[in-house]
Design a protein around this ligand. Structure first.
Ligand SMILES: Cc1cc2nc3c(=O)[nH]c(=O)nc-3n(C[C@H](O)[C@H](O)[C@H](O)COP(=O)(O)OP(=O)(O)OC[C@H]3O[C@@H](n4cnc5c(N)ncnc54)[C@H](O)[C@@H]3O)c2cc1C
Length: 484
């Protein structure tokens, strides 16, 4: 509960349109895309300038008030979930494109700019912004930077981290710093690299200069239908092994196709493993690569192949893929989108293991994922109103992550750790690794007010507990355990 004095100080900074305290309005902010976890914030602040963000954070530091940054709230790991007693700082009023520098292939934006709008701003001049999360028509650049967001085309073009040159960041103390540089390869520590993917735990980005890329001469998208998801996965490995680098390689299983078809009618061939491959570059190279890809698809038993007949068809194919998470709502009222990474060559065997685990648990799992990166997105379907089913779904999705780690992979490829996977961090890292990361965090945020209770196990004993909803360990409750 914030004091009346503090609320009026916040009001003075952001004005009445920038402060939300009514209970019914706060409900909008009580969760992100991971709806299984909810907590209402004490207040929501919607600043318009970097100066206002600085003033807010100075007050937060003085009064030890935790804050949680929020872009569009599409995060799937609870990153923008309020923590107890926290305020939320939203960026829906910081949506300006500040500068377009076509000569240097750069654009500078505020954090609330929607990902797809960056491309809209430069498309007329023949450029695009490459990182394309499936949520790109809604999610913000601030959220993308905090999560190091990926997308279908990151296979060739790289994740967000490859495309951010410079960020203006307000530290939790209110101090303003510039990380990175508009010109490449500045000497010294790569603090911008530390900030990207830090999930709102090191400060707030209020301006970002991004790299934009020239549109390729030609783009072709291919569809190949396989009798099994393993055959589609094997083809992905074979394409890379053949020395080809498509701009995207995505896989969808039968359930995902059914859902996408019902939602946006992309007219995919019905099958157990659908492979979408996009190749781009000079026209001659695209033609050759497309032929080679189709050849490998046929070799692996594709029952049907086709390519987009025109640009409209290509966009429709991508619309189906990008709508797949939301379309899962047509399969089940509740679902968890998981995000693990495995070595690409292990795709066939891991997908079979996931199917076996789901069968044993009596739950349905559908798969739609960035196959080229080995970045799985198993979607665990469940009904919250069936007693105990949500807990079983959370447990299954966490065991899938354990499997990813055991296979030599990671607990997240792009959705972040947030609240959801903080206890899995101890499965992936040794205590010394986690302690080192905490020291970095404390260098930026000595008071532990920037998105606390996220990213790292809290307390250290977290790894010993059952995962899912956070229940304080008895040793923590008694005040003995160390809480970061
Ligand atoms: C249908 C759907 C499809 C998706 N597909 C993809 C995908 O293909 N690839 C992918 O990577 N993700 C995907 N996501 C996840 C999500 O869209 C991304 O993580 C995205 O980057 C979050 O952006 P946001 O603006 O919604 O951020 P939010 O969810 O609001 O916040 C995410 C994190 O960023 C922090 N944050 C927000 N703004 C700032 C700021 N200015 N400074 C510092 N920290 C900040 C928050 O505190 C939080 O920790 C998908 C989500 C959905 C719902």
């Amino acid at each position: 509960m914030l004091s009346a004095e503090l609320l009026s100080a916040f009001l003075e900074i952001v004005g009445p349109r920038g402060l939300i305290t009514a209970q019914n309005q706060l409900q909008t902010y009580e969760c992100d895309g991971l709806t299984a976890f909810r907590e209402a914030p004490s207040a929501v602040l919607l600043p318009e300038t970097t100066g206002q963000v600085q003033a807010i954070l100075r007050l937060c530091t003085r009064h030890k008030v935790p804050f949680v940054a929020r872009g569009a709230g599409t995060g799937l790991s609870g990153g923008a979930l309020p923590t107890q007693g926290s305020i939320v700082i939203g960026f829906s009023r910081m949506t300006k494109i500040l500068n377009v520098d076509l000569v240097n292939h750069q654009i500078t934006v505020q954090p609330g700019v929607i990902n797809a709008n960056v491309t809209v701003a430069v498309a007329g001049a023949g450029f695009f912004y490459a990182p394309d999360p499936s949520s790109q028509t809604v999610c913000t650049i601030g959220g993308n930077v905090a999560e190091n967001a990926g997308g279908a085309h990151c296979l060739k073009y790289g994740f967000t981290v490859t495309h951010v040159l410079e960020a203006t960041v307000v530290l939790p103390s209110g101090e303003l710093v510039t990380l990175g540089s508009k010109s490449p390869d500045a000497p010294g520590y790569d603090l911008l690299g530390v900030f990207i993917g830090s999930e709102g735990t090191l400060g707030i980005a209020t301006e970002m200069t991004l790299r934009i890329v020239r549109k390729p001469e030609a783009i072709q998208v291919l569809l190949a239908a396989f009798p099994s998801i393993s055959a589609a996965a094997q083809t992905v490995s074979d394409i890379i092994a053949a020395g080809l680098l498509p701009s995207a390689m995505e896989i969808m299983d039968r359930l995902a196709i059914v859902a996408a078809e019902a939602a946006v009618h992309p007219q995919y061939p019905m099958c157990d493993g659908l492979l979408i491959v996009e190749v781009d570059g000079p026209l001659a190279e695209v033609k050759l690569q497309a032929e080679q890809v189709l050849e490998l698809c046929r070799k692996n038993g594709a029952i049907e192949t086709r390519h987009a007949i025109d640009e409209g068809d290509r966009l429709l194919i991508w619309k189906g893929r990008k709508a797949a998470f939301a379309a899962a709502g047509r399969l089940s009222p509740n679902y968890i989108v998981q995000d693990g990474v495995i070595p690409r060559t292990t795709l066939p065997v891991v997908l079979e293991k996931i199917a076996a685990m789901a069968n044993a648990e009596g739950l349905r799992v559908t798969n739609v994922f960035h196959a080229g990166d080995g970045n799985l997105h198993p979607i665990v379907l469940y009904r919250r109103d069936n007693p105990g089913e949500e807990e079983r779904a959370i447990d299954l999705s966490m065991r899938i992550l354990d499997l990813c780690v055991e296979t030599g992979g990671s607990i997240t490829g792009e959705h972040g750790v947030g609240r959801e996977k903080q206890c899995s961090m101890s499965y992936m890292y040794a205590p010394a690794d986690l302690a080192t990361m905490q020291r970095v965090r404390r260098a930026f945020d000595p008071d532990n007010i920037a998105n606390p209770e996220k990213l790292f196990p809290t307390p250290r004993l977290c790894g010993e507990q059952k995962r899912g909803h956070y229940v304080p360990h008895p040793v923590e409750a008694s005040g003995i355990a160390e809480v970061f």
